[in-house]
Design a protein around this ligand. Structure first.
Ligand code: GAR
Length: 217
């Protein structure tokens, strides 16, 4: 059973998807700690409701990024964490921290990486007029929203929808692909080779294409 920490900063809907997955009997990972850098993150309530151990490591309590990340690392080590899932954790992590957890840390991003890294993804997707967008779970590398891709899901963009509607549709897929990525990793079926993640003995797909919603206004 892989011992996982989930790092959050806010709402925690992806955390909830991971909590629900880990509650299933056949799921090969367990959440041993939920850590937030914000004390008022709603995800902490979700974690407590599920009976999970939580901690707040507030970046504002530390003089610099290094000491914040050292405290984070201590918290993770004390909890016996083997693997990290970043789930809406909105702090950039230094390369020292990232390299300590190399190939042992996943992130979810609401776009089809490597396109649309960074913030305000859905607004930029609509602005660019692309036909498809989606979400990606990937191993974390020092560069933001970069690293070997484990799972992805795509949706057709409806040019008539607004960014919040698009975000909702993508979020539903995030909740599908994050547990699936964690399952693949925890089953030992993901091997990083160079800049790619290879899925061993793939008996189910790690990519999805979801039918478009009707485009008639
Ligand atoms: C999610 O949409 C996630 O993909 C995004 O933040 C949201 C967190 O929602 N993450 C990033 O943009 C990271 N670059 P949640 O707190 O409800 O899971």
């Amino acid at each position: 059973m892989l011992k996982v920490a989930v790092l959050i900063s806010g709402r925690g809907s992806n955390l909830q998807a991971l909590i629900d997955a880990c509650a299933r009997d056949d799921f090969p990972a367990t959440i041993v700690r939920v850590i937030s850098n914000k004390a008022d993150a709603y995800g902490l309530v979700r974690a407590q409701n599920a009976g999970l151990d939580t901690a707040v490591v507030n970046h504002k309590d530390f003089p610099d990024r290094e000491s914040f990340e050292d405290a984070l690392h201590t918290e993770l080590s004390n909890a016996g964490v083997e693997f990290i899932c970043l789930a809406g954790f909105m702090r950039i992590l230094n390369s020292d921290f990232v390299n300590r957890w190399r190939d042992r840390m996943l992130n979810i991003h609401p776009s089809l990486l490597p396109a649309f890294k960074g913030l305000h993804t859905h607004e930029r997707v609509l602005e660019a007029g692309v036909g498809f967008t989606g979400c990606t779970v990937h191993f974390v590398r020092p560069e933001m929203d970069d690293g070997p891709i484990v799972t992805q899901a795509a949706v057709a963009v409806n040019p008539h929808e607004d960014a919040s509607r698009l975000a909702e549709r993508v979020l539903l897929l995030e909740h599908l692909i994050y547990p699936e990525a964690l399952r693949l990793v925890a089953e030992g079926r993901v091997k990083v080779v160079g800049s790619k993640a290879e899925i061993k003995e793939a008996t189910y797909s790690n990519t999805w294409l979801v039918n478009p919603e009707p485009m008639i206004e």
